[in-house]
Design a protein around this ligand. Structure first.
Ligand code: 6R9
Length: 573
């Protein structure tokens, strides 16, 4: 059985920060969360201060804030050290003449300098645009041009991808390097050495800018999703009740800051809650990740379905060699979490994997599974206290349980995007039904208020009059012993409207064959339903994925139908 609405994974014995879900909802008030921050008294705020400097005054200055390692470096930083380093960086920018509201991009692989530069920029009220290191020339140019960025922090290896003569607004190129830096660029190392450790923090309004995260749409150029300081309410609150962070936690979010998960939950949520934050650079491998978990004694681990599926594919033996007994809370985001993965996590880690749903546009988690809640494998959980979600039709009517429709969220919530840079029309589209944010995801709700993701609205398949979510077919497919990953699309068909086509990558040790295709199709037919069984199967070595690990179904569809693929800047390879 792939999705079983009756299946429950009960609550583990522990004392989570949030007790009963129902009680937390009934008594919730955002104004209580606000009391955590300085603006409560002063009316002014600064994310970098709240995430880092505040801990110095509260006796956590000597506590480890950042545990950084990659195959070449191995370092640790206290909250005080991060405070002083980010002070220095804010002075570097001040000297260059940068001011509140200007856009600075960070284009480099994970390193302590990335985090220092980000925090230092925020101290000055500069709006940060994080970029994946994998971006090529055009992707970098599009984003810098659209946002008229004036500064960028990068490394010598990535420098050639910044076409300065095509970027009239870009004045400052700061290069992080142990060696000298090219003429016309600014040396991070030299400027940091010369800068003072004391800095003037720019006190901001709650609606002042924080980040601009570019995210790709299916058509057109990427959208600059603009977030403000006020988002810290959501980051702090969800860090407490969803990540369940406590004073002694060693927390590891595996996401890169180029993806919103790597900022909201790789930087802000853990540090606003005073946790020790692990950052591991370099490439993914099961051995490397398990070593990281073991070595630091990670207690709370936030990752993505694509990673869990790869770890599952590496086999249970690869887990057994490590001592992962420090783990007490595991979470996932980015794609639907297949029930099979949840069951596997319970078996090999002895942990429930908690799915969380949210988007770049929402700035923070909205629908989640909590430590205090029963998990229904395949469901993304229930709205966080302070947020209302619903399934509505295109006219805005709420739909009854188990009816598939638009996943919508009641506006506003603290970390909601405040604009799409340069594109007010695009922004308005999300709010076309009064009172609601329309996510673009399709889902249904059950009688207990749990939400079940089906696919992006555009991905839902209509075959012989039945609406089929690609996720339930993919979840069945990955239960087949030969299947590593699966992406399912609807392919136009004169008879049936659409037929289901599955793209499949195989696990180690399996070879493509017609017999295997037939066996997989039969497996879905017998385990799920005849109409959901793929009529076509194509084997691929790899499926197209985004940098954040999402299977790009629109690309599969474009390949299949010979259509333009749209923006590919976030594709993995
Ligand atoms: C944080 C992030 C957003 C889209 C979202 C949905 C998919 C994210 C999910 C999930 C099913 C989950 N998504 N979490 N689908 N279950 N728990 O991922 O932001 O990169 O903007 O993507 O990702 O389709 O609309 P972003």
């Amino acid at each position: 059985m792939s999705i079983d609405h009756k299946e429950r994974i009960s609550v583990a014995a522990a004392s989570p920060n949030m007790g009963s879900y129902e009680e937390a909802h009934a008594s919730f008030d955002w104004s209580e969360v606000e009391k955590q921050f300085t603006w409560h008294e002063t009316g002014k705020v600064n994310m970098a201060f709240e995430a880092i400097d505040r801990h110095l005054a509260e006796g956590r200055g000597q506590k480890t804030a950042l545990l950084y390692s990659d195959p070449k470096r191995d370092e640790s930083y206290t909250f005080e050290q991060l405070s002083l380093l980010s002070n220095r960086f804010s002075n570097v920018l001040r000297k260059l003449g940068l001011a509140k509201g200007e856009r600075l991009f960070i284009f480099m692989p994970r390193s302590p300098e990335l985090y220092v530069a980000l925090l230092g920029s925020l101290k000055l009220g500069v709006v940060v645009g994080p970029l994946f290191e994998a971006f090529m020339e055009t992707a970098v140019k599009d984003r810098l041009l659209d946002s008229t960025a004036t500064a960028i922090v990068t490394t010598p290896a990535l420098l050639p991808r910044i076409k300065r003569d095509e970027l009239p607004d870009l004045k400052h190129v700061i290069v992080v390097s142990d060696e000298g830096v090219p003429e016309g660029t600014i040396s991070y190392k030299d400027e940091m050495a010369a800068a003072s450790e004391e800095a003037q923090i720019e006190w901001l309004d709650r609606e002042d800018g924080l980040l601009i995260h570019y995210t790709s749409g299916s058509t057109g150029k990427p959208k600059g999703v603009f977030h403000v300081q006020n988002a810290m309410l959501q980051h702090y609150h969800t860090g407490r009740i969803v990540l369940d962070l406590k004073e002694d936690d060693v927390y590891w979010c595996t996401a890169d800051p180029g993806w919103v998960t790597g900022t909201s939950y790789g930087i802000f949520a853990p540090w606003l809650n005073g946790a020790t934050n692990v950052v591991r650079g370099g490439r993914f491998s099961p051995q490397d990740w398990y070593t990281t978990l073991q070595r630091y004694g990670v207690t709370v681990w936030y990752s993505a379905p694509t990673a869990f599926r790869m770890l599952m594919g590496a086999g249970d033996d690869s887990v057994a060699q490590y001592d992962l007994s420090s783990l007490r809370h595991v979470l996932s985001v980015g794609e639907p979490l297949n029930p099979e993965v949840v069951r596997w996590g319970l078996k090999v880690y002895g942990q429930r994997i908690h799915d969380t749903w949210w988007m770049t546009e929402t700035g923070g988690q909205l629908i989640c599974n909590y430590p205090s809640m029963e998990i229904k494998p395949g469901s993304m959980g229930r709205p966080i206290p302070g947020v209302e979600a619903a399934i509505i039709d295109d006219a805005g009517n709420e739909l009854p349980p188990y009816r598939m429709g638009n996943l919508a969220v009641r506006t506003p919530w603290p970390s909601m995007m405040r604009k799409i840079w340069n594109n007010p029309a695009k922004y308005e589209e999300y709010f076309r039904i009064p009172g609601w944010y329309i996510s673009g995801d399709s889902a249904y709700r059950d009688e207990d208020g749990y939400f079940w993701f089906q696919g992006r609205i555009d991905d839902v398949i209509n075959t012989a009059g039945e609406r089929v979510g690609p996720f339930e077919v993919e979840s069945k497919l990955v239960e087949h012993p030969a299947v590593a990953e699966a992406g399912v699309i609807g392919k136009p068909d004169p008879m049936r409207g659409e037929i289901i086509k599955a793209f499949i990558s195989l696990r180690e040790g399996f070879e493509p064959s017609d017999e295997l295709k037939a066996d997989i199709a039969r497996f879905v037919k017998e385990g799920l339903s005849a109409h959901a069984s793929p009529r076509e199967i194509e084997f691929k070595d790899k499926l197209p994925k985004t940098r954040s690990g999402k299977i790009m179904r629109r690309v599969l569809k474009a390949w299949e139908l010979d259509l333009p693929t749209g923006d590919l800047s976030t594709i993995e390879d």
